[in-house]
Design a protein around this ligand. Structure first.
Ligand SMILES: Nc1ncnc2c1ncn2[C@@H]1O[C@H](COP(=O)(O)OP(=O)(O)OP(=O)(O)O)[C@@H](O)[C@H]1O
Length: 263
């Protein structure tokens, strides 16, 4: 299978008043077309920096980022992004918020097709009937669903999710995990999910990449065999417990709390 995203030997340091701050140091990540990779690692190790590199919002000092066989040199319209804080525009309806990217990035869709697509996506995530509401009329989880639709409206090849469920309560978060599986089935994309939640990583991704502490390198990669239709019960199996134990241990290694089993 072709790798849609390839991050090869990426190193990067931010220039700060107190000198260079090395953030990434030898990052290697490959995501096949249709794959879904979760990136976990200690706080501040460089996970969001990695998403900015994939989206072409910044260039690495060394190394290469490739998307679909092309080297990333600037922002790409084929990348959709959703963040922890959905930042919806209060003066626009939910439908108009979802349609916003199409006003910025040219699209082949007619106005009617775009609106039909936005309505289809909103219905897919359970927001049918809320198209004309304002963001403040929706709960946090509903706003995050709308933000997901906005990220998907232009049929991105790559969907980057930077802790999108981090601010939600546990039940809403689990609901959204299930919604994500539904969305991926109907609207296939290649995904990169940044998360601090190991259960979330094994429930959503087919590969979990553990980054080391800053400056981050790829420390460990765990493949997650996928069920066709995952349910939350899958998180309570022996297999899931084993996967979580491995990841928990690797995070401890990344945090420097143990060296045992480091790769
Ligand atoms: N534009 C910038 N200029 C200088 N330093 C920055 C910049 N952006 C991020 N940093 C620093 O780089 C490091 C990595 O930041 P980044 O946001 O990529 O980490 P993260 O792993 O996503 O963090 P967290 O887990 O806390 O969300 C942090 O120490 C951060 O303070």
């Amino acid at each position: 299978m072709e790798n849609l995203i390839e991050i090869k030997g990426v190193r990067h340091a931010y220039r700060t008043d107190s000198g260079p701050l090395p953030v990434l140091d030898g990052l290697e990540i490959a995501v096949p077309e249709g794959g879904f990779v979760a990136v976990v690692g200690p706080s501040g190790c460089g996970k969001s920096t990695l998403t900015r590199l994939v989206a072409g919002l910044m260039k690495p000092d060394h190394g290469e980022v490739w998307l679909h066989g092309e080297r990333v040199k600037g922002p790409r319209s084929t990348v959709g992004m959703a963040f922890q804080n959905p930042v919806l525009l209060e003066w626009r309806s939910i439908l108009k918020n979802v349609l916003l990217p199409l006003e910025i990035v040219p699209s082949k869709l007619s106005k009617k097709e775009a609106e039909d697509r936005a309505r289809m996506l909103l219905s897919l995530v359970g927001l049918e009937g809320f198209e004309d509401k304002r963001p403040s009329e929706l709960s946090g989880g509903m706003r995050q669903r709308a933000s997901l639709c906005r990220a998907l409206i232009h049929q991105p090849e790559v969907l980057i999710l930077d802790e999108p469920f981090g601010a939600l309560d546990a039940f809403t978060r689990e609901d959204l995990w299930q919604t994500m599986h539904k969305v991926k089935e109907r609207e296939p994309f290649t995904g990169v999910l940044i998360t601090h939640d190991l259960r979330e990583s094994i429930f959503l991704a087919d590969q979990v990449v553990v980054l080391s502490g800053r400056p981050a390198k790829t420390q460990y990669v765990l493949d997650i065999p996928r069920n066709a239709a995952p349910t939350l019960d899958d998180l309570y199996t022996t297999e899931a417990a084993e996967q979580l134990n491995i990841l928990r241990h690797q995070i401890q290694v990344a945090q420097g709390r143990t060296t045992e089993g480091a790769t």
